[in-house]
Write a protein that binds this ligand. Structure first.
Ligand code: GLU
Length: 278
């Protein structure tokens, strides 16, 4: 079975981009060319009649840069303040870029407490569905300003898998600073082999999922990506981890090309998102 071919026909797609993919390594400032390209690629998918959801990190990274706090660790209140500042700035830039192509966008900030409680969860699903039926691209982030550790989803890899599950998306693309998954950390083991397709997430795969991301700005490593893959695939979505250094890779994935690591959908009727959120 050619799973890659299946990716050509996915109607509802979630794309997650992390802070490290959105900012220049040297300065921590936004990579505007990459953002412009991302916006063009996503709008083009919308123009093909697909439902598109963007999960974008970057709130804290943009806020700390704006406030000149780009070195050292931040306290929790500092992080939350930076997220409040950066999220607004980030949305302003997204809105400006998407509007150049006439594409409407919306901001959805999610907190875990709202997702485990009814009727909030149903309201969120209804809002996503309504926005998508209007042709809008929802831009999602965690509501970092009010989410402290104990009430956090964890990271945006996980959040994007939860969004896929809530919205019944059939494809989740995680754009990372690594080409996909390897049998070991390719930075330290030159014999590490690239994994093209994962059709079952077993213990050996989980062991391989060390924190292979060298990123200092985001929170997700390979372990969190495998966690996300479990949620996404059990909810019936395919998931691809791919290198976001060139965002045209999104089109390559949807054209069925052999890029990134593909986790095959493996829907489980017994899968309960509420359990995952506990
Ligand atoms: N929500 C955080 C932000 O926008 C990032 C979390 C993550 O990268 O996993 O700064």
């Amino acid at each position: 079975m050619n799973y890659r071919e299946d990716l050509k026909n996915m109607k509802r797609i979630v794309v997650k981009i992390g802070s490290s993919s959105l900012t220049h390594k040297e300065t921590g400032d936004l990579d505007l060319l990459k953002l412009e390209k991302l916006v063009r690629v996503l709008t083009n998918l919308r123009n093909q009649g697909k439902d598109v959801i963007l999960v974008s990190s970057g709130a804290i990274a943009v806020g700390r840069k704006q406030m000149g706090l780009n070195h050292g660790r931040l306290t929790l209140p500092q992080k939350q303040a930076c997220a409040a500042i950066g999220q607004a700035q980030l949305m302003m830039i997204y809105q400006k870029l998407f509007s150049e192509y006439g594409q409407k966008v919306a901001q959805i900030l999610m907190t875990k407490v709202t997702m485990v409680n009814e009727p909030n969860k149903t309201n969120a699903i209804n809002t996503f569905n309504e926005l998508l039926s209007m042709g809008v691209i929802p831009i999602v982030n965690e509501n970092d300003t009010v989410s402290t550790y104990e009430i956090k989803f964890g990271d945006n890899d996980r959040l994007s898998a939860i969004v896929s599950s809530l919205t019944g998306a059939k494809l989740l693309i995680l754009l990372s600073d690594i080409d996909g998954m390897y049998t070991d950390d390719p930075n330290t083991n030159e014999n590490a082999e690239f994994i093209d397709i994962v059709d079952e997430i077993d213990d050996s795969l989980e062991k391989m999922g060390k924190n292979t991301s060298s990123s200092k700005v985001g929170t997700g490593g390979m372990r969190t990506k495998i966690g996300a893959a479990k949620i996404a695939t059990k909810s019936g979505a395919y998931m691809v981890i791919a290198n976001g250094s060139n965002v045209n890779i999104i089109e390559d994935i949807i054209d069925g090309e052999d890029v990134g690591t593909l986790f095959v959908a493996n829907e489980e009727d017994s899968f309960d998102l509420d359990e995952e959120l506990k």
